[in-house]
Design a protein around this ligand. Structure first.
Ligand code: SF4
Ligand code: SF4
Length: 266
């Protein structure tokens, strides 16, 4: 059955959720200047969410994802300007013509975030003093920012150490995007829509560590029963998934630390 249109789209809800969290994070950091000790608490809450609901934090709350999505939107808008449009068309044609080897580069480049994660953990716990500077962070961030204008979620794909960690933890989660072959019409729209370049149309369950549970694949799927978000075999309506993630994050903070601690200038 074809999907009915109408109502607020899950994509719009996701953007509202991300932007609200970005605004909250900015106000929180400016007002309370939290210590690294306090920042460990949200990470713990996010871990618990990830074990149950996969990487909803990355897809629905992460302020960095929001910022880089914004960069991408700006670049798409610039790409549609009359003077830039022909150049942009040639760039997209080149991408289509070289998709095969670009996918291979993408696949291996995704491992960089694990290197970054290992470096961060070792910098925090093992290495002392000046050796922390062994990675050229300004250069890395400059590359990631430029890449974010050209590639969807480049930071999440290649650079984010938290995303790398949550991706590993998400392997424990019973939540996943599930494709039902009997209903699927093999239109490939889900694969094309995935900002993390996951071949959804050829998966039965998306269990990739790179999936950030943004649900763009489900949003775009034209068939009602073909692609669903499930916990084991039970469907979770995509409209309430984000709400669950947001509520759990806030509740997790309150349980782990208590509101008094989170909003204290430690
Ligand atoms: S597979 Fe679907 S939910 Fe996962 S990142 Fe891609 S579009 Fe988002
Ligand atoms: S978008 Fe839906 S119908 Fe099309 S290939 Fe993906 S799962 Fe199948």
């Amino acid at each position: 059955m074809k999907k009915s249109k109408g109502g607020i789209s899950a994509g719009l809800l996701r953007q509202v959720s991300q932007l609200s969290f970005l605004a909250f994070a900015v106000v929180y950091f400016i007002t309370y200047r939290p210590s690294p000790k306090v920042l460990l608490l949200p990470i713990l809450a996010v871990m618990v969410i990830t074990v149950i609901f996969r990487t909803g934090f990355c897809g629905w709350l992460c302020p960095l994802g929001t910022i880089f999505d914004l960069f991408r939107k700006i670049s798409k808008t610039i790409g549609n300007l009359p003077l830039i449009k022909p150049l942009n068309r040639r760039y997209r044609k080149w991408i289509r013509g070289n998709r095969s080897w670009l996918n291979t580069v993408d696949k291996y480049a995704k491992f960089f975030k694990y290197v970054f994660l290992i470096w961060m953990v070792s910098a925090a716990f093992l290495i002392e003093g000046d050796q922390h500077d062994s990675l050229n962070l300004p250069l890395i961030f400059a590359i990631v920012i430029i890449a974010s204008f050209l590639i969807d979620r480049a930071w999440c794909r290649y650079g984010c150490p938290l995303g790398a960690l949550l991706g590993i933890v998400s392997k424990l989660s019973p939540t996943s995007v599930t494709r039902y072959e009997a209903s699927c019409i093999n239109c490939n729209l889900c694969t094309k829509a995935c900002p993390l370049n996951i071949d959804v149309a050829n998966e039965r369950r998306v269990t990739s560590k790179d999936c950030n549970t943004c649900l763009e694949c489900i949003n775009i799927c034209p068939v009602d029963e073909a692609l669903k978000l499930t916990i084991r075999k039970t469907q979770i309506p995509r409209y309430i998934y984000g709400l669950i993630v947001v509520i759990l994050f806030i509740a997790g903070l309150a349980i782990v630390a208590g509101p008094g601690q989170i909003f204290a200038n430690l």
